[in-house]
Design a protein around this ligand. Structure first.
Ligand code: BV8
Length: 222
C-alpha cells in the first residue's frame, strides 16, 4: 500500500519539543511570523540565530518517541513517503529511512549570498563565513514564511498517487502543507488525521484518530 504521511510539530511534542501553538506563536515577545521570515533575518540576524540556536539545542537533547518509531516500522511494510514540516531530526533518529523536510532542517546551514549549503554547527552566527564564497551571510537552512517550501513537485506527486494520505500532529494553519488533504481527496485518495484535537482542516479528512501521537500512531500502524 502506498501511504504518504505528513507530520507537524505535534508528533515531536511528547519528545519535549514545543509546538508553535503551544507558544501561542510568540518567542521572546516576538511573533514567530516576524522571526521566521527573510525580513526578520535582514532586520536582526542575531535574534533569528538565537531563535534557531535554541531550537537546535532543544532538538539535540530530545529523543524520538513511540510515534516516530511507529512510522519507521510502517515503512517496513508499506511504500511510505514521509513528509515533515518539522525541522528537527527525530524522524531520522527514530529509524525512518527517508524523510522529506519541506520546511528545511535545523541541521542545515545556507549562505544567503550564494545559496551554498553545508551542515550546521550547534551555535550558528550570521558572521560565520560561507565555506564557498566566504561572505558572512550564514542563515539556517529553514523555509521561512513567504519562502517556497522544498521538494513540492515530489510531494504533490506523492500525495496524488498514494492509496492513503495521513496527517499527524499538525494544526493545518500553514500552507501549502494545510492544503494537502484537500488535494488528496480531489485525487480520490483516502485521508486520515491523527491529532490530539481537531485541526483547521479536519473537514478534509474522511477518518480520524484523536489522542496523543505516542498512543494513536502505534495503534494505527499496528
Ligand atoms: C508559501 C519553518 C508560497 C520555520 C515554518 C493567507 C492564507 C493562506 C496562506 C498564506 C496567507 N498568508 C501567507 C500565506 C502563506 C504562508 C502561510 O500559510 N501563512 C499562515 C500563517 C497563514 N505560508 C508560507 O509562507 C509558506 N510558503 O506559501 O510560499 C510562495 C509561492 C511563490 C513565491 C513565494 C512564496 C512557507 C511556510 C513555511 C513557514 N515555516 N516552519 C520554523 O520551524 O521555525 S511553518 C511552522 O508552522 C511549521 O513548520 C509548521 O508548518 C507550521 C504549523 O505548525 P504545526 O506543525 O502544524 O504545529 P502547530 O503548533 O501549529 O500545531 C501543533 C499540532 O499538534 C496541533 O494540531 C496540536 O493539536 C497537535 N498536537 C499537540 N500535541 C500533540 C499533538 N498531536 C498529537 N499528539 C500530541 N502529543
Amino acid at each position: 500500500m502506498r501511504i504518504t504521511v505528513l507530520t507537524g510539530a505535534g508528533i515531536s511534542a511528547e519528545s519535549g519539543i514545543r509546538t508553535f501553538r503551544a507558544t501561542d506563536g510568540l518567542w521572546e515577545e516576538h511573533r514567530i511570523e516576524d522571526v521566521a521570515t527573510p525580513q526578520g533575518f535582514q532586520r536582526d540576524p542575531a535574534l533569528v540565530h538565537r531563535f534557531y540556536n535554541q531550537r537546535r539545542a532543544d532538538a539535540a537533547r530530545a529523543q524520538p518517541n513511540a510515534a516516530h518509531r511507529a512510522l519507521a516500522q510502517l515503512a517496513q511494510h508499506h511504500q511510505v513517503t514521509l513528509v515533515t514540516q518539522n525541522v528537527d531530526d527525530l524522524h531520522e533518529r527514530g529509524g525512518s529511512p527517508e524523510v522529506i523536510h519541506m520546511h528545511g532542517s535545523l541541521l542545515g546551514a545556507l549562505c544567503a549570498g550564494c545559496g551554498h549549503r553545508w551542515p550546521a554547527v550547534l551555535v550558528m552566527r550570521a558572521l560565520d563565513p560561507c565555506p564557498a564564497c566566504g561572505k558572512p551571510l550564514t542563515r539556517p537552512d529553514i523555509v521561512w514564511f513567504g519562502e517556497i517550501p522544498y521538494h513540492m513537485d515530489r510531494i504533490w506527486e506523492a500525495v496524488q498517487s498514494a492509496d492513503l494520505f495521513a496527517a499527524i500532529g499538525t494544526s493545518g494553519m500553514v500552507y501549502p502543507a494545510a492544503g494537502m488533504a484537500q488535494y488528496a481527496r480531489r485525487n480520490g485518495v483516502d485521508t486520515i488525521e491523527l491529532n490530539l484535537a481537531s485541526s483547521a482542516v479536519s473537514r478534509d479528512f474522511t477518518d480520524r484518530r484523536i489522542g496523543k501521537a505516542t498512543k494513536v500512531v502505534p495503534d494505527w500502524v499496528a
